[in-house]
Design a protein around this ligand. Structure first.
Ligand code: GLC
Length: 430
C-alpha cells in the first residue's frame, strides 16, 4: 500500500504544471497524462484535487482555483483549458473551441463535479478553513449557468450537446444519437462547426436539433454536486440547490428508470426517448444516497454480480459485457466501449459497500490494486485480463488512493484527513 501511495504522489507531482500566462494570470494544475493529455480538463482536475488532498492540500486547492479562473463571468466553465500549450494541429479539430486559433479554452462543458470536489477538498482544508467559502458566489453562478442554459425544458436534468461533454466520449450509448457526427468520426468536426455557427448557444441547439442527451451519469454527478453546494452554502441560501438536486433525482427515477430491465437510461433528443444501451452510466444512480434501497439492490444483484454483465475479473467494465458493442481491449481511439476506468469504481464501490455487499466491494477494490501494481496508473484497463491500456501515468487513476482511504460511502464518509508527510524523495508518506 505504501508503495501505491508513493507511486501516486510521485506521479501527480511529475504531472504538475505551474506558470503565468501573458495577462498575468497564474495557473497550477495536473496534466492528465503528458504528453498526450497536456492541458487542463475539467473533471480530471476535480479528480486530481480529490487525490491531492491526501498528499498536499494546497495543491488540491490550487488545482480547483485554477479551474475556476478559466471560467467566464457568466458562470460557464470550460471542458478543456490550454494554459501553456495550444492544441496541436493534429488534435485541434477534436477540440470544441470557438475558433481554430488563439483560443485558450473550449466552448463546451464537462461533467460538472466542481462543487463536489470543492467540498471534499474544503473538508480536508483544516489548514485553510476559508477555502470552503471563498468561491461560493462563483460556484453558484456556475450551477445557475448550467440550470439556465442546459435545462431549457425545466425538467431538472441538464443536457449535453456534444458526446464528449460527459467525458465518456465514444460510449456506444451515443452511437445512435450522434450517428455520423459521433466522437472520433470525421463528422464530429461538423458537430463542432454547427455549434460554432450558433455561438454554442445551447438553448438554441437543444431546441433546434435532436443530437443532445440528458445523460444519467452526468446528472448523478450534477446532483451530488448540487447537494455539496447546498451544504457549502448552508441552510437558507443552500435550499434552492438542494431543491434542484431533489428535482434531478426525482426526474431520473420517473423518466430514466426502467423497471423491467432494471437499469437507468439516458434521454435523447427533443422527444426524450430512452437510449437502451447498458453502460456503467445506467448504474451511476447507485451513488445517490437518496436512491430507494430496492433499486440499489437490484442494480447490484442483477448487474454488478452478474458474470455476463458487469461482474468482470478486473474493475467494472464501462459497457455491459452482454452488449454487442462491448470491446474490452485496445482499439484505436476507442476508450469507453468496454475498458474499466478507475473513476467508475471510485463512484460505485462505496455505494456497493453501503448496500452491504462488502465482499463484492473488497473484490473490485483488490482487483484494482492488482492492476495498478502490475501495470501502473494507466488510462484504463482490460476488465477481462487486467492489462493496462492507453495513456501511462494517468492522473485520475490515482483515485484508487482515495477509494482505499474512504472505506465508508460518499458523501457522509468524508472525514477531514491529516495530510501525508514528504518522504524526502519527491514522494509522500502517510
Ligand atoms: C479522454 C476521456 C475524458 C478525459 C480526457 C482527459 O478524452 O474520455 O473523459 O477527460 O481524456 O483525460
Amino acid at each position: 500500500m505504501e508503495r501505491l501511495y508513493s507511486r501516486a504522489a510521485k506521479m501527480l507531482a511529475r504531472n504538475w504544471r505551474e506558470g503565468v500566462v501573458s495577462e498575468g494570470i497564474h495557473y497550477a494544475f495536473t496534466c492528465p497524462s503528458p504528453p498526450r493529455y497536456r492541458h487542463q480538463w475539467y473533471w480530471d482536475s476535480c479528480f486530481h484535487a480529490i487525490v491531492w488532498r491526501h498528499f498536499d492540500r494546497s495543491r488540491a486547492r490550487e488545482e480547483l482555483r485554477t479551474l475556476l479562473r478559466a471560467g467566464r463571468l457568466d458562470g460557464f466553465i470550460p471542458h478543456t483549458v490550454f494554459w501553456h500549450n495550444h492544441p496541436g494541429w493534429r488534435r485541434a479539430p477534436f477540440y470544441a473551441t470557438n475558433s481554430f486559433r488563439g483560443t485558450r479554452t473550449t466552448a463546451h462543458i464537462q461533467t460538472p463535479i466542481l462543487a463536489l470536489a470543492w467540498e471534499i477538498v474544503a473538508e480536508a482544508s483544516t489548514d485553510e478553513p476559508g477555502f470552503a467559502t471563498e468561491a461560493l458566489d462563483q460556484l453558484r453562478l456556475h450551477y445557475d449557468w448550467l440550470a439556465e442554459h442546459r435545462d431549457p425544458d425545466g425538467d431538472g436534468l441538464i443536457s449535453i450537446i456534444h458526446p464528449d461533454e460527459s467525458g465518456l466520449d465514444d460510449s456506444p450509448k451515443y452511437d445512435g444519437v450522434f450517428g455520423w457526427m459521433r466522437h472520433y468520426l470525421p463528422g464530429y468536426f461538423w458537430l463542432v462547426e454547427r455549434s460554432r455557427r450558433l455561438g454554442y448557444d445551447s438553448r438554441e441547439i437543444i431546441e433546434r436539433y435532436d443530437e443532445h442527451i440528458e445523460d444519467v451519469m452526468v446528472n448523478v454527478l450534477y446532483s451530488l454536486s448540487l447537494r455539496a453546494l447546498a451544504r457549502l452554502l448552508g441552510p437558507g441560501p443552500g435550499a434552492e440547490y438542494e431543491r434542484r438536486a431533489e428535482r434531478a433525482e426525482r426526474a431520473m427515477l420517473e423518466h430514466c428508470w426502467d423497471e423491467d430491465r432494471g437499469l437507468f437510461w439516458d434521454l435523447a433528443g427533443r422527444d426524450h426517448h430512452q437510449v437502451k444501451v447498458s453502460t456503467w452510466s445506467s448504474l451511476a444512480p447507485l451513488a445517490l444516497p437518496s436512491l430507494p434501497e430496492e433499486i440499489g439492490r437490484r442494480l447490484v444483484t442483477e448487474q454488478l454480480l452478474d458474470g455476463s454483465r458487469y461482474h468482470a475479473g478486473f474493475g467494472i467494465p464501462s459497457v455491459s459485457m452482454d452488449e454487442p458493442s462491448f470491446k474490452p481491449g485496445m482499439h484505436l481511439l476507442r476508450c469507453w466501449r468496454g475498458p474499466a476506468w478507475i473513476n467508475t469504481a471510485w463512484l460505485l464501490v462505496p455505494a456497493i459497500r453501503r448496500l452491504g455487499f462488502t465482499d463484492e466491494a473488497d473484490r473490485v477494490t483488490s482487483s484494482l490494486v492488482r492492476m495498478v501494481d502490475r501495470h501502473g496508473f494507466r488510462e484504463y484497463y482490460n476488465p477481462v485480463d487486467g492489462n493496462g491500456l492507453a495513456a501511462r501515468n494517468f492522473g485520475w487513476s490515482t483515485l484508487l488512493v482515495d477509494l482505499l482511504e474512504n472505506e465508508q460511502p460518499l458523501p457522509e464518509s468524508r472525514r477531514p484527513l491529516e495530510p501525508a508527510q514528504p518522504d524526502g524523495d519527491g514522494g509522500f508518506r502517510r
